[in-house]
Design a protein around this ligand. Sequence first.
Ligand code: DX5
Ligand code: ZN
Length: 219
Amino acid sequence: MVKIAPSILSADFTRLGDEVRAISRAGADYVHIDVMDGHFVPNLTFGPPVIKALRGCTDLPLDVHLMISNPDPYIAVYAEAGGDLIGVHAEACTHLHRTLQCIREHDKKASVTLNPHTPLCSIEYVLDMVSQVLIMSVNPGFGGQKYIPASTGKIARLKKMIDDRGLNVDIEVDGGITGDSIGPVARAGANVFVSGTGVFKHPEGYAEAIKEMRKNAGG
Ligand code: DX5
Ligand code: ZN
């Protein structure tokens, strides 16, 4: 099933609650929240108190994308703040298996994220532990970057890996996704689409952006 996950990184921060309510009304499936620590990525954004505040603004699942080094001590904090899916970067976790186990022990959906250079074999032995794999199609840290074309083949290979093992794992893609770029990415096998500028800067508004993406993704 196609899911659209607007990234609030491109929202108007002076009216964040209203923005989250607006994308909820506009037909979004998840609210994608980019947590950055200024260390794992060269940018800083928001943390648990902001997520906790946004939890009260929507019934949609909160898809928390942790771009932070060594996330282990913070899993409980983000779970308590109200994240529904908690995603960690494979590159940031020395003991990835343990970290994913910890997310599951908090009754949250575990998501594992791969940077553009990170091979799929790095998640071979944890694939059965996650609800979702997030393929970064830009280098993380900033919105508004261009989709890296090699991501499409990577998604297709991941889809085969999941299907060959009979698993039920969503493939989320993040970076440079718009109504124009979404088609081939969906056909490669991705079904959860993060979009920041593609939704929040769409000239015809959020509902139109989400509708167009869903249509071009085939459902
Ligand atoms: C980048 C973030 C993305 C970002 C995507 O590090 O993980 O979620 O908001 O922005 P767009 O859709 O503008 O590429
Ligand atoms: Zn993200």
